[in-house]
Ligand binder design. Structure first.
Ligand SMILES: Nc1nc2c(ncn2[C@@H]2O[C@H](COP(=O)(O)OP(=O)(O)OP(=O)(O)O)[C@@H](O)[C@H]2O)c(=O)[nH]1
Ligand SMILES: [Mg+2]
Length: 433
């Protein structure tokens, strides 16, 4: 992660140092972005498309009100990197039946055994009962390695030190742990040859019929990760991928991008040797960390909130202020910070319409209102007229406030609605000028 971060930190520094964005600057940025991605071992065709898209957006999109152009350029870079890594959606790991059987496979030294323990620990921390099974009969130390890790994290272990039949061990291991929530089966990485290894995992797969097959890939292989994933996919279905050793290479970005390109889902990344150095893969967090910007998340939230705010204003302009819009607006306001500052961003003298006193009061109430709005149903938000005493009581209970608070919020909403009509008239009057 650190190594990968170094590749991008220069780029981020450069963007932060730019005073204005013209064509020459964009050309230079384009070269710098390509250089960074290639260093991170992202496949060439992906680098090209990425850079073209990103620079096109940087050229064409206008930053929203209150966001300096260079911050917006940074945001586009971030946004495109997240897309490259499969989009905003964070990965999930959900054992959907009991016992949930997980089969881990991968080439020698990729980190399977360590990952088996890491995943077990991740699940135990979330309240699942987990059993670990070692089926590696080739490497003599494998049995003790996983047994010790299992003891360290307090998870039951199954293995057969003297057996040579991996398939039978897998079968008996699963039988032994049939009352567990999750059973994690570790496999061998070394064999006579690749073919023999793949045949063995295929036989284990057929014998135990796992619910999730996870391929473990070492990040240091960079873009070759795709070839590894494809080779395994020829023998058995791969449901998800874990990329290990992200901490020790600048090529991790390439491994991630390449694997995602094959259509495989990256679920976790390993970020160190310790059993706790293991994260659910979250493209947003990952990119923020790689770009080395703790404040990036805040910037992204801010930009998203401004976009949301613009949408809300459009809705107000078109005269459609319902509670749903109101809720979205409050959500945006909560993200943006002090209300008085936000109001300055808004067009149409909106801020002048609200007194200091109201601002302060609103600020204090925003969180409360948000809680109230959050315990309403969509139907109620869209059509506040149906709110009767019993609905209001239920909403108050859900939000942990009194019915009076709910009514107060509704009054504010009614006022805002009236105000928005005035605002709409004003906006309309401004247009012909
Ligand atoms: N830095 C770092 N090292 C890791 C990570 N995951 C695993 N390792 C190390 O990589 C080495 C190999 O890990 P194992 O878990 O034994 O790999 P394996 O795939 O089980 O190996 P075989 O069973 O021989 O195929 C060990 O030294 C681990 O400590 C990680 O996320 N970061
Ligand atoms: Mg192993």
């Amino acid at each position: 992660m650190k190594a990968l971060g170094e590749v991008f930190s220069k780029l981020v520094e450069k963007i932060r140092g730019v005073s204005y964005i013209d064509e020459a600057t964009l050309q230079e940025l384009s070269r710098e972005i390509q250089r960074a991605l290639l260093k991170a071992d992202v496949p060439l065709d992906m680098v090209k498309t990425f850079t073209e898209n990103a620079v096109k957006r940087m050229r064409e999109e206008k930053p929203p009100a209150g966001i300096p152009p260079r911050e917006y350029v940074l945001y586009i870079l971030y946004d495109e990197l997240v897309k490259l890594l499969g989009g905003e959606q964070p990965a999930e790991f959900k054992p959907v039946k009991k016992p949930y059987l997980v089969l881990l496979l991968g080439v020698e030294g990729s980190g399977k055994t360590t990952t088996a323990a890491k995943l077990a620990r991740y699940l135990v921390k979330r309240g699942y009962r987990v059993g670990l099974v070692e089926t590696d009969t080739i490497r003599p130390a494998a049995f003790d390695q996983l047994k010790q890790l299992a003891e360290k994290i307090g998870v039951p272990f199954y293995g057969e030190r003297d057996s040579k039949d991996a398939v039978e061990i897998a079968r008996r291991g699963v039988q032994n742990f049939k009352n567990m929530d999750v059973v994690i089966i570790d496999t061998a990485g070394r064999h006579k040859n690749e073919e023999a290894l793949l045949q063995e995992v295929k036989m284990i797969y057929e014998a135990v019929n796992p619910d999730e097959v996870i391929l473990v890939i070492d990040a240091t292989v960079g873009k070759l990760a795709a070839a590894q994933a494809e080779a395994f996919m020829k023998y058995l279905p791969i449901h998800s991928v874990i990329i290990t050793k992200m901490d020790s290479t600048a090529r991790g970005g390439g491994a991630l991008a390449a694997v995602i390109k094959t259509g495989a889902r990256v679920k976790f990344i390993g970020v160190g040797e310790d059993v706790d150095e293991f994260d659910l893969f979250n493209p947003r967090k990952f990119v923020a960390r790689v770009l080395g910007m703790g404040d990036l998340d805040a910037l992204v939230e801010k930009i998203k909130a401004v976009f949301e705010e613009e949408k809300v204003l459009q809705e107000i302009e078109s005269g459609r202020l319902d509670l749903l819009t109101f809720k979205k607006q409050i959500e945006g306001l909560l993200k943006l910070g002090p209300l008085s500052k936000v109001l300055q961003l808004l067009p149409g003298g909106f801020a002048a319409k609200i007194s200091e006193e109201q601002v302060e009061l609103s600020q204090k109430n925003l969180k409360k209102w948000y809680a109230i709005l959050s315990s309403m149903t969509i139907e109620e938000l869209k059509n506040p007229d149906i709110l009767n005493a019993s609905r209001i009581r239920r909403i108050a209970l859900g939000a942990g406030v009194t019915p009076k608070d709910v009514k107060e919020m509704l009054t504010v909403y009614e006022n805002l609605k009236k105000m928005s009509k005035t605002l709409k008239r004003q906006l309309r009057m401004r247009i012909p000028k």
